[in-house]
Design a protein around this ligand. Structure first.
Ligand SMILES: [Zn+2]
Ligand SMILES: [Zn+2]
Ligand SMILES: [Zn+2]
Ligand SMILES: [Zn+2]
Length: 407
């Protein structure tokens, strides 16, 4: 359940408190709010419609999906002008009349599609995987189509990722609560919301997800994954517990999976981002010095995690109080290299490329300022402010849910 508030007064109800409308399952804190909703809130007219739409949770998800698709199509409108969907070959979707999107790293005329067409493909692929009872690796690859473009193999980002989050959640929310597919759908919704900057919504989904996992007795691995994503959301909301939480998640993964596992590396990267945010540059640098070679080994030079880590390392080098001219030069070389790879692999419009290039411009300015001394404190303070504003959104790496082998 992600509808965890009274529909009238928004009192938090967790997963079980309050009462539900007997027909459509809309939730209330008590009989007073329910009666008011019926008499004055229009529920007498909506109740049947919500019930026909599959109940409150489904109705809500369907509605949010339509809104998210409209936002995504609108945001992409300039890019998609004059194009057609590569799946249905139409401009407007035959049934929903939605417009086209492209939120991956496809270039040129490739990759334009309707969210509904792509979602339908993902749904069919996952359903076949279940029907033929494929192994978990093959199932995971099929699941990947909910968050990754099948053409350029890069993840969807921003408002497009958010539309896929709702698409996925509305498809699987009716499954029993303990099923992995439902939990992964919830997780995808949370990361899509946060990708679109809807941090309060992401927070309530993340909290619902964590309490579901704790209740059904999920594995420690799965719980750490949700905590990683919650810590990302806390950080974006400026909540102080994020740093401690990221450290705990990182240490939890080291203990559970060792230093070189991909999930450990993702959490190391997120912890480093928090350390930089807290201006604890020495700790950030030593963490990244350990994590970067491991990431290069296991994921390769052009993986976005490698790119992010090298970017943060350069940023920590530049922003540290004791920074030397050599440090800034090293940072600049690192950023130049990272920007080149990001541009080639992800394209110039990707938030990560934009973030790295922003830092590169600034480190060049810092270098010039240094070479014509003195580089003033004022300049560095301004740099730090601009950098943290511009890059915050591209920073975090969510942990995608993945199917675990059944014990
Ligand atoms: Zn209420
Ligand atoms: Zn009702
Ligand atoms: Zn289409
Ligand atoms: Zn693509």
């Amino acid at each position: 359940m992600i509808l965890t508030q009274c529909a009238v007064c928004a009192a938090p109800l967790g997963l079980a408190l309050g009462k539900k409308c007997g027909r459509c399952c809309t939730r209330y804190c008590g009989p007073a709010c329910q009666a008011q909703h019926w008499k004055e809130g229009g529920h007498d007219k909506l109740c049947k419609k919500i019930k026909r739409g599959g109940g409150a949770e489904q109705y809500h998800a369907n509605k949010k999906y339509e809104e998210a698709v409209a936002v995504a199509a609108e945001t992409c409108a300039e890019d998609t002008k004059g194009q057609t969907c590569y799946i249905c070959i139409e401009v407007l979707h035959w049934k929903t009349k939605e417009g086209l999107v492209r939120g991956c790293s496809c270039r040129g005329t490739a990759g334009f599609a309707h969210v509904s067409c792509l979602a339908e493909q993902a749904k069919i692929l996952v359903a076949e995987g279940e029907e033929y009872n494929l192994d978990h690796k093959a199932k995971n690859a099929r699941w990947g189509r909910w968050h990754t473009c099948g053409l350029c193999e890069q993840e969807y980002h921003g408002v497009v990722a958010c539309a896929f989050g709702w698409a996925c959640w509305k498809t699987y929310l009716g499954r029993p609560e303990e099923t992995q597919v439902r939990r992964m759908a919830m997780s995808l919704l949370g990361s899509g919301l946060s990708d679109a900057g809807l941090n309060l919504d992401a927070l309530s989904v993340g909290e619902a997800e964590l309490s579901t996992l704790l209740r059904v007795g999920a594995s420690e691995d799965a719980i750490l994954g949700v905590q990683n994503n919650l810590a990302n959301t806390y950080e974006k909301l400026g909540r102080l517990e994020s740093l401690r939480m990221r450290r705990d998640v990182y240490l939890g993964y080291v203990k559970l999976l060792g230093e070189d596992d991909e999930r450990t590396l993702i959490s190391a990267n997120n912890y480093a981002a928090s350390l930089i945010e807290a201006e604890r540059f020495e700790e950030a640098k030593s963490l990244l010095l350990k994590a970067i070679p491991a990431t290069q080994r296991s994921l390769g030079e052009s993986d976005d995690l490698t790119l992010k880590m090298r970017w943060y390392y350069a940023e920590a080098l530049c922003r540290d109080d004791g920074t030397t001219l050599d440090d800034i030069r090293e940072a600049e070389t690192t950023l130049e290299d990272t920007a080149r790879i990001a541009r080639r692999v992800l394209g110039g419009a990707h938030p990560l490329t934009a973030g790295v290039e922003f830092c590169l411009r600034d480190s060049r300015a810092a270098l010039r300022a240094r070479e014509t001394p003195p580089g003033s404190l004022q300049e560095r303070v301004e740099y730090a402010l601009r950098a943290s504003q511009a890059v915050l959104d591209a920073r975090e790496t969510p942990l995608p849910g993945s199917l675990q082998e059944s014990p």
